[in-house]
Design a protein around this ligand. Structure first.
Ligand code: HDE
Length: 695
């Protein structure tokens, strides 16, 4: 609650220059610096172009106007082909347990050192201006500026990918992006071309299960797990290899939105996730993740009932536990979105000596793609010189010329070997990057998919069967929603034919919701296994019961009791949560005569933006608000989204009485503050089947 209201305008008084059509002039004065052209020439008038006569024409001679407009015309660069919409933050990585036994990479062996990093989160399908909360995979890309060169872990918030071979990637993306003839839908997989492609590519079904689950609707970027997905190698000083998969585990646990909530948030606040990241860093509540590794040998991998080189397979944490060895803290929001978040260039091929690639064919395609895409996005082979991309360790290469060289390199030679400049950098066989000396069997060249990649249903089955009943219902409902948007009947039927192989119950639920008969099951290419359940793939059980990171909306109005508002505010904050005050107006006079500034008007801050809601209003305000549909939605949605509601007598009498809100244990009167605080830490999932027709 902000109690001080300051009505004075902080902008300095402006000089009004007479005789200029009444247009005000904003002139530098005192300690305000001069505005200049890009060449440093001081600009005298930034409001009027140069004219032959006050009423025109405008003169071509006006270099100030032309420079300004020309720069403006070129202010956009191509957005990323995928992952166009994103946000990021600076922070650091700190190793807590050394992996010296497995690798020579200092970032994984020197404990206690804080390595600077930049992390960018993104959605995949939508364009740069799309919403934050579609049903989608989220990108989770981390660039660590290690003392031995940049290390980019370019991962996602799901541990598997849709396809096994890079050659299918352009088709996957063309299928999910807006359909080429009509140019829609934006940021949505719920359309024919996507389901047509995936139902013809059964390898996609494991990732589809994750996409239809709550993991595709993160409540906050701070509440997402991150996965490097592919197997990589760690190499020790003797060149011995250990396979590794990388994991980021959020300190706030994994928390998700409900689909109906996500849909409404996309209208109320399309920047929901990026605002949350910005605000949490501004508040000093720094997002944090543990860094973990799954380590395994080639011999162990040979015994897995799947091929770990196949990116559509996860390694169950119950089979190979995640060993926590470090942490990431994000503690600084970028100063400039374009310079940093937009220009950051991640490449899975950026890694220091001691870490190496596996033979995952999807990874190999990526090693080409990212460098290639930077050339067209950033427009120059010198993109590594942009501050956000530049290594923070010494670097020297013979790649010098090209667009936008920012340095002035010295010397006569630009080649190696050379003998004219003995002091110039050379390769170093001891410290330099070494690839794993892999023995290659006599193979047969060809466009071949390994037999060991043929099982497409066992892991999706494990995923579904590992979920809680609420999550299984969400998955089935999401399939029904998406397929409900598919116009072509045979695409829906084909999708059902795969779901039968995953789980009969799932297939039945989706078919019933669509009113369709089940077709014959698709023919599996390999036996389907009943793998042990893996609780680690759930969402709800990974959501800790806590208020930290969660936000409570308090509805107040004229005459509301200041002492009660403060009591609630303090209790929420003491439990680690944050508060936003919502009111019918921005300035609100309370019972003690003081005026406070609300954070939002009720019409601009629907309850979908909060994790729990409180209402402290007087009878006259309640009577008025009872006629306002956005206020009625405020309570109705909070109830339908299984949230805790704390109400005052006036709210109960004039508002709740009009709504189909059942007073269950999460709908409590104001006096029960402690109960509300406990409830606000979670959702009442048992309420969901009463308010929503789940598949
Ligand atoms: Fe990407 N991906 N990808 N991807 N990807 C890009 O690179 C690509 C894949 C991921 O915040 C592009 O700079 C191919 C898997 C993230 O800037 C592009 C294949 C995973 C980001 C590209 C994949 C990812 C990208 C577009 C199949 C998880 C955003 C812009 C072989 C492990 C990074 C860019 C950021 C971005 C290609 C598959 C994650 C076109 C060809 C698997 C997080 O190069």
């Amino acid at each position: 609650m902000k109690t001080t209201i300051n009505h004075s305008d902080p902008v300095k008084t402006l000089d009004q220059v007479a005789g200029n059509g009444g247009e005000p002039q904003y002139q530098a004065e005192g300690d305000i610096p001069n505005l200049t052209t890009q060449q440093g020439v001081v600009i005298s008038d930034n409001q009027n172009s140069l004219k032959r006569d006050p009423r025109g024409p405008t003169l071509l001679e006006d270099f100030v106007l032309r420079e300004k407009i020309t720069h403006f015309d070129h202010e956009r660069i191509p957005e990323r082909i995928v992952h166009a919409r994103g946000t990021g933050a600076h922070g650091y990585f700190e190793l807590t347990e050394s992996l010296a036994q497995y690798t020579t990479a200092k970032i994984l062996t020197e404990t206690g050192v804080q390595t600077p990093l930049f992390t960018r989160f993104s959605t995949v399908a939508g364009n740069k201006g799309s919403k934050d909360t579609p049903r989608d995979v989220r990108g989770f890309a981390v660039k660590m500026y290690t003392s031995e060169g940049n290390w980019d872990i370019v991962g996602n918030n799901m541990p598997v990918f849709f396809i096994q071979d890079a050659i299918k990637f352009p088709d996957l993306i063309h299928a999910v992006k807006p359909e080429p003839d009509r140019g829609f839908p934006q940021a949505a997989s719920a359309h024919d071309t996507f389901w047509d492609f995936v139902s013809l590519s059964p390898e996609t079904f494991h990732n589809l299960m994750w996409l239809m689950s709550d993991r595709a609707l993160p409540r906050s970027l701070r509440m997402m797990e991150g996965f490097g997905i592919h197997s990589y190698r760690l190499l020790d000083k003797d060149g011995k290899s250990t396979f590794v998969r990388f994991h980021w585990k959020p300190k706030l646990g994994v928390q998700s939105l409900i689909w109906d909530e996500a849909v409404k948030i996309s209208g109320a606040d399309p920047d929901y996730n990026r605002r949350d990241l910005f605000e949490s860093i501004q508040m000093g509540d720094y997002p944090e993740w543990e860094f973990g590794v799954q380590l395994f040998t080639e011999e162990e991998a040979d015994k897995f009932p799947f091929d770990h080189l196949d990116a559509t397979k996860l390694i169950p944490e119950e089979l190979v536990p995640v060993k926590i060895i470090g942490k990431m803290v994000l503690n600084r929001y970028p100063d400039n979105f374009f310079a940093e978040t937009e220009q950051v260039a991640f490449c899975p091929s950026h890694l220091p000596n001691g870490i190496d690639f596996s033979n995952d064919p999807l990874l190999h395609g990526r090693l080409h793609s990212y460098l290639d895409t930077q050339l067209s996005r950033l427009g120059s082979p010198n993109f590594a010189q942009i501050p956000i991309n530049a290594p923070k360790c010494p670097f020297a290469s013979n790649q010098q010329d090209g667009h936008m060289q920012m340095h002035v390199p010295k010397g006569r030679t630009l080649y190696e070997p050379q003998s004219l400049e003995p002091g110039k950098p050379r390769a170093n066989i001891k410290e330099g990057f070494k690839s794993f000396a892999e023995k290659c069997d006599d193979g047969v060249k060809g466009r071949i998919r390994a037999e060991s990649f043929a099982d497409h249903y066992s892991q999706p089955r494990m995923f579904y069967r590992s979920q809680t009943p609420a999550e299984q219902a969400h998955i089935a409902t999401a399939f029904a929603f998406e397929l409900g948007k598919v116009e072509t009947a045979h695409v829906r039927t084909r999708t059902l034919s795969h779901l039968i192989n995953i789980d009969q119950d799932l297939a039945n639920r989706v078919a019933t919701a669509l009113g369709m008969d089940l077709p014959e099951a698709a023919k599996p290419q390999a036996p389907i296994l009943d793998m042990p359940e893996s609780p680690a793939v759930q969402t709800i059980s990974l959501s800790p019961k806590m208020l930290k990171g969660r936000q409570v909306g308090i509805l107040v109005g004229a005459g509301s009791k200041k002492a009660t508002i403060e009591k609630y505010e303090n209790a929420v904050k003491a439990a680690g949560g944050s508060v936003k005050i919502v009111a019918p107006s921005i300035e609100v006079k309370l019972d003690d005569g003081t005026t406070i500034q609300a954070d939002e008007r009720v019409a601009g801050a629907p309850s979908v933006l909060f994790d729990a809601v409180v209402s402290i209003i007087m009878p006259d305000v309640a009577q008025k608000l009872a006629k306002d549909s956005s206020t009625l939605d405020w309570f109705n949605d909070a109830f339908n989204h299984c949230k805790a509601i704390s109400y005052c007598p006036a709210t109960a009498e004039f508002i709740l009485s009009k709504l189909p809100i059942e007073k269950d244990e999460f709908v409590t009167p104001l006096e029960e503050l402690d109960t509300f605080i406990e409830n606000a830490k979670t959702r009442l999932w048992e309420r969901e089947p009463k308010v929503r027709d789940l598949a």
